[in-house]
Design a protein around this ligand. Structure first.
Ligand code: G6P
Length: 473
């Protein structure tokens, strides 16, 4: 097998497997931002991507796809249940999102997490050339950095944490907190979304492992009586802004935006929510606020519609099944109470759409609602801003989303404060165009000046320092 100078390791591969009517199989690039961000680097460095193909028991040999070498890691149905749905998405996910849903601590899930992380580490070790750079992604693979370092001391290892890192008081619930911290500290550079996340991590390392930390540096014991330096700091992720701008300028997309407004009965105001159907997104808080505004007559269904796209996610995890029931009950009640024959209060779509359709929706929407209770970054906020090439529209943004650190001109909300949220929604619908323009222009500047390419360049530059040092030693 050819070895790669640059290896990305993520739970998911950047492709989806499709099977057509005749049973013919093919691979299609999956729409994620990470894929687009890393594509140029992958092509230049002859990179490899290690990950799961998204289906249980699928055994596929490594293959090349559009200039990237893909190395599939097989997960059995049991691995999917215990490592992915269990430990990753029913322990770490709720714990790291401040226990919005109760994390379950199962020893059987933990054992599977260790086993599967080991498998990812082995696949990465086999794919990496001498002195390669390996970049591990996200909470499903927190043990991989240490495992990989033990197998391959020559490689330079980065880890990026896409979700929040919780305060120590919550993190310390985790029965395997030491192993997780040690696992992450196998990396040379550990990247977080917010400065606060990096701070929480450093505090956990000090309190739990008693290692010294200084600014972003952590002294990690390494051999007898010696230490090595690891860097833990914020590298806020972004989007491929130019692709959104291009779509927003496309005549077909603009026509589609008009068509969307017409098909909703040309309401005066459209609110929009776009989320994976996840309990971290604060969808019920937003529905509550919207329902109350209708009930109080501050808005009415003839003039206002809320479009809520909730894309299906993790549908076999109990908390997600329950959430879907709750949301759909609430939507049904609000629509039942307020709809007329010609107008709907909430157009609810439990579906996923291609990027063109999303940009058309962003252009059609007057107010974008991002009311997450906790979110690593929230790229939808940035996608909305990038798409508004007309400098119109208002972004309502939760202070609990990482994006709030960068998009200071959004209308900021605490989604738990329903009265405050309602007032913010009213302020947004009444905001004069000049003020919308001022706020949108400033937010756009930030997103355009710091796109996902800048993010990966900055992270890889930090890693290159470690690689250069290793080569000299
Ligand atoms: C979040 C996580 C990603 C994950 C994505 C979709 O953004 O940070 O690691 O891939 O959700 O979730 P899924 O479980 O479908 O991969």
């Amino acid at each position: 097998m050819t070895k790669a100078e640059f290896v990305v390791v993520a739970n998911r591969l950047p492709v989806d497997r499709t099977v057509d009517g005749e049973g013919a199989e093919a691979w299609r690039r999956s729409p994620g931002g990470l894929v687009t961000a890393l594509e140029p680097v992958m092509q230049k460095a002859d990179g490899a991507w290690v990950g799961w193909a998204g289906q249980p028991d699928l055994d596929v040999e490594p293959f090349d796809f559009e200039g990237t070498h893909l190395v599939p890691v097989t997960l059995t149905a049991e691995d999917v249940e215990l490592y992915y749905e269990g430990f990753s998405n029913d322990t770490i996910w709720p714990l790291y999102h401040d226990v919005i849903s109760e994390p379950r601590y199962s020893r059987v899930w933990w054992d599977a997490y260790v086993r599967v992380n080991q498998r990812f580490a082995e696949a990465s070790a086999a794919a990496a050339a001498e002195n390669a750079i390996v970049w591990v992604q996200d909470y499903q693979l927190q043990l991989v950095p240490k495992m990989l370092r033990e197998m391959r001391p020559d490689v330079t290892i980065g880890y990026f944490h896409h979700i929040p890192f919780p305060a120590y008081g919550l993190f310390s619930q985790l029965p395997w907190r030491r192993q997780v911290l040690e696992g992450l500290l196998g990396a040379d550079v550990i990247g977080f979304q917010r400065v606060a996340d990096a701070g929480n991590f450093a505090r956990a390392v000090r309190r739990q492992l008693r290692y010294d930390t200084k600014a972003s540096g952590i002294s990690v014991p390494h051999g007898v009586g010696t230490t090595r330096l690891a860097l833990a700091k914020a590298f806020p992720i972004s989007i491929d802004a130019s692709s959104y701008i291009e779509l927003a300028r496309n005549e077909n997309v603009k026509a589609r935006a008009r068509e969307i407004r017409e098909s909703l009965g040309n309401p005066k105001r459209i609110f929009l929510g776009v989320d994976r159907l996840d309990y971290t997104k604060g969808i019920s808080h937003r529905l509550k606020a919207y329902g109350e505004l209708l009930a109080e007559g501050r808005i009415n269904v003839e003039e206002t519609t809320l479009v809520q796209v909730a894309s299906p996610s993790r549908e076999r995890v109990a908390a997600y099944i329950q959430l879907r029931d709750e949301i759909e009950l609430t939507v049904g009640r609000i629509d039942g109470d307020f709809d007329t024959m010609g107008h709907t209060a909430i157009r609810y779509l439990h579906q996923a759409y291609p990027r063109e359709e999303m940009v058309a929706l962003f252009l059609a929407a007057d107010v974008m609602l991002v009311t997450a209770l906790r979110d690593g970054m929230n790229l939808v906020a940035k996608e909305y801003v990038a798409s508004r090439v007309d400098n119109r529209g208002v972004l309502i943004l939760s202070e609990f989303a990482g994006a709030a650190d960068e998009l200071g001109t959004a209308v900021r909300v605490n989604p738990h404060d329903i009265e405050g949220l309602k007032d913010a929604m009213m302020r947004a619908v009444e905001m004069p165009p000049a003020e919308q323009g001022r706020r949108m222009r400033a937010a756009r500047r930030r997103v355009l000046e710091h796109s996902v390419e800048d993010w990966s360049r900055e992270f890889l530059a930090a890693l290159a320092v470690f690689r250069n040092k290793r080569e000299k030693d």
